[in-house]
Design a protein around this ligand. Structure first.
Ligand SMILES: [Zn+2]
Length: 267
């Protein structure tokens, strides 16, 4: 965490109400407030933007009403309606505020915890247990097979999508597992195929609720598709010119993986 800002610095306030962010509705679009006009229970320094504006995360009670000309917008629905860098900070705000609110008592002995001033942590004064904001890393992988115009990508329709919508395969990293092992295990568990040549693609904070998505590409090595029915409705191999409904670009790393593959195969 960076040092505290000077007194008269420009500031923005990410005011969080249970996963919703307060925005002012102006004719030109949504804006993040430059002042706090609602009663709040905690304030967290989130960092400064490229232009020197400091951003704070503000926690409010669940039934807090919005001031005039403002509205509460769920974080996911806010994507595309404010600057993308600011949206990422809104995700950071939501996670910090939520962590602070859910770690008020020690998980080991039940005593009320105390926020620390030197680092972002809450400490139990009785047993000394420290609680830091926690992330759940998850891998997400685009598997391909074949060469040239016959190259195909493995996409699956997961049960979390109510309509027919395919994406890359993803899953949480388990304790004791490295990222490559997680990628190989998730693909084997969900669709039953072996993979090789696992390569890092990029990462993305995913604040729904507190993941870090780690993107990979991999090549098919063997096996027939056998679906894990509790999680997967359908899965298949798709050519770039014959894709099912799936993300391309946009807010998710799945969209970036598919878009990158389409560029590589020239579609
Ligand atoms: Zn304790």
């Amino acid at each position: 965490m960076r040092a505290a800002p000077a007194e008269d610095h420009p500031a923005l306030f990410m005011i969080v109400r249970r996963g919703e962010i307060l925005v002012s509705a102006r004719p030109e679009g949504f804006a993040i407030p430059e002042a706090v006009d609602v009663p709040h229970s905690s304030r967290h320094i989130l960092g400064s933007l490229a232009d020197g504006t400091w951003v704070y995360g503000i926690d409010v009670e669940p039934h807090t009403d919005e001031p005039d000309d403002h509205l509460w917008v769920p974080l996911r629905q806010l994507y595309g309606k404010i600057d993308e860098a600011l949206w990422t900070v809104a995700g950071r705000a939501e996670q910090i505020v939520s962590w602070d609110r859910t770690h008020r008592f020690c998980g080991r002995c039940g005593e009320a915890t105390v926020p620390q001033t030197q680092e972002r942590a809450r400490k139990c004064p009785s047993c000394g247990l420290l609680a830091y904001p926690r992330l759940s890393p998850a891998t997400i992988t685009l598997v391909t097979r074949g060469e040239g115009p016959d190259e195909e990508a493995l996409l699956a329709w997961g049960r979390q999508f109510p309509g027919r919508f395919y994406s890359t395969l993803a899953g949480f990293v388990e304790p004791g597992e490295n990222l490559e092992q997680c990628v190989a295990r998730e693909i084997m568990e969900e669709v039953g195929v072996e993979i090789t040549d696992i390569r890092y693609f990029g990462s993305q904070p995913w604040p729904f609720p507190n993941s870090l998505m780690l993107g990979f590409t991999a090549r098919y090595a063997g096996g027939e598709l056998v679906l894990q029915e509790e999680e997967i409705v359908e899965a298949g191999w798709f050519r770039a010119d014959d894709l099912p409904p799936c993300p391309r670009g946009g807010m998710s790393i799945a969209g970036a993986l598919i878009e990158s593959w389409l560029r590589r195969v020239g579609v």
